[in-house]
Design a protein around this ligand. Structure first.
Ligand SMILES: [Zn+2]
Length: 433
């Protein structure tokens, strides 16, 4: 089909999208006004019921799915998810939009009501505005406008709203993937509208490995430290080892993954916390500390790794440095406890959904799409590993750097552009060519 013909065929869809601008704003505001803080996982049921009502009206068949027994699931904070499906006029592929409904804590520094959804100068403010209620709203408007103007489309459209992404996704996408909702027989294309900027296609993310390391010593009177053994000094040696060997080695590794920002194109590690010796007293405690040699010191490490590295390799690298210390330092003892791990995920840039999204971005934005990968993980990992569905990208409105910040917002114009990209993708995949 020529571009002109294609354009003519899309005309009703595009004007339908323009006419839904106010609807998009209202929907985004309504979603922000349901405070779905995680932890602990508040109001999942409320937001799912709100979406259920809306999508049922638009002709979707909906299912509310509670992830019983997953981390954090309780009668007080049940892990509810919504899956909505709209079948077209005949057989074809299924395009699935997956958005997480949970938002992180508010934090300080806000000048706007974090759950007010105020619209000021073309921006909608609120916790979750960009990450990622704006993306969820955009995908709903795109699907509804597409269905209304092309009721005879072939295949299916699914929209899921899932919990717990901010805490690992176990009560959300991981659970649904285990139950078969992301089986490649059921779903063929997935777009996750995370805020990766409206002109970028995100192909995947780095892996993560989290562990706690503890060094041991021997308690003694602080005035005679030579009678004990200081666990904090042992930990100092661990950190020194990391500084002189691990950090330079990680910085020298570069990935082929298009990770942004550039610093994350190398392996990285954050030392998340450190604690040694006596536990901290309550804030109202006014006394002085007792004089003791600490017999334990703990750190939590957050190691992000590249698609070129293996989880075993990452683990062994740290372990072998700690074992070296055993031979170098008298009485050095440690324990390492793995807390969690996530493998990297990377969709091929020739995958059908990556190609289609990139093509629509180029048409709407007038310049080639940028392919990126995310420094941190998101729900793609579960769709990839548990669902075994590889044809998945993240694409959505909102500026990545605003996520989790005070005065988080999403731009209405950015959302409108993303709606167009998403709707054009549906046309590209679900309309007879
Ligand atoms: Zn997010």
């Amino acid at each position: 089909m020529t571009n002109l013909l294609q354009q003519a065929k899309l005309e009703p869809l595009l004007s339908e999208i323009s006419s839904r601008r106010d609807d998009l704003i209202l929907l985004t505001q309504d979603l922000i006004r349901i405070p779905t803080l995680n932890p602990p996982g508040k109001n999942y049921r409320e937001i799912c019921e709100f979406l259920d009502k809306r999508l049922t009206k638009s002709g979707f068949l909906t299912e509310l799915v509670r992830a019983y027994g997953t981390p954090g699931d309780s009668d007080k904070y049940p892990r509810w998810n919504l899956v909505a499906r709209r079948d077209g006029a005949g057989a074809g592929d299924c395009v699935h939009f997956n958005s997480h409904i949970d938002v992180v804590e508010v934090g300080s520094g806000w000048t706007q009501d974090p759950f007010g959804g105020a619209l000021i100068d073309g921006r909608i403010y609120g916790r979750g505005a960009c990450d990622m209620k704006g993306g969820l709203a955009a995908s709903i408007i795109a699907a509804e406008a597409f269905i209304d103007t092309n009721p005879d489309f072939m295949g299916s459209i699914e929209i899921s709203a899932t919990g717990d992404e901010e805490s690992g996704g176990y009560g959300g996408v991981a659970y649904l993937a285990e139950k078969g909702y992301f089986n490649p027989k059921r779903v063929q294309h997935v777009i996750i509208p995370e805020p990766l900027n409206k002109d970028r296609v995100c192909l995947g993310h780095r892996g993560g490995w989290w562990a706690e390391i503890e060094t041991f010593g021997e308690i003694a009177h602080g005035s005679m430290p030579f009678l004990g053994d200081c666990a904090v000094r042992h930990m100092g040696a661990v950190i020194n080892k990391f500084e002189t060997q691990l950090f330079p080695a990680m910085a020298a590794r570069r990935t082929e993954m298009p990770v942004v920002p550039d610093g994350a194109r190398s392996s990285t590690m954050n030392i998340n916390s450190i604690h040694g010796g006596q536990s901290e007293q309550d804030e109202d405690f006014t006394g002085l500390p007792a004089h003791c040699v600490p017999d334990s010191c703990r750190i939590v490490i957050d190691r992000r790794f590249l698609v070129e590295e293996t989880l075993d390799g990452v683990r062994d690298e740290v372990e072998s440095l700690l074992d070296e210390l055993k031979t170098e330092r008298p009485k050095f003892e440690y324990e390492m406890r793995e807390l969690n791990s996530v493998l990297p995920s990377m969709t091929d840039r020739d995958a059908p959904i990556a190609v289609s999204v990139a093509k629509q971005i180029e048409i709407v934005m007038g310049k080639p799409a940028e392919f990126v990968a995310s420094p941190g993980t998101y729900d793609q990992k579960h769709i990839d590993r548990i669902g075994t569905l590889k044809n998945c990208v993240a694409y959505g409105p909102g500026i990545l750097e605003l996520a989790h910040k005070p005065d988080e917002y999403v731009g209405v114009e950015d959302m409108m552009d993303s709606v167009q990209v998403m709707a054009r993708c549906l046309a590209d995949i679900l309309l007879q060519k």
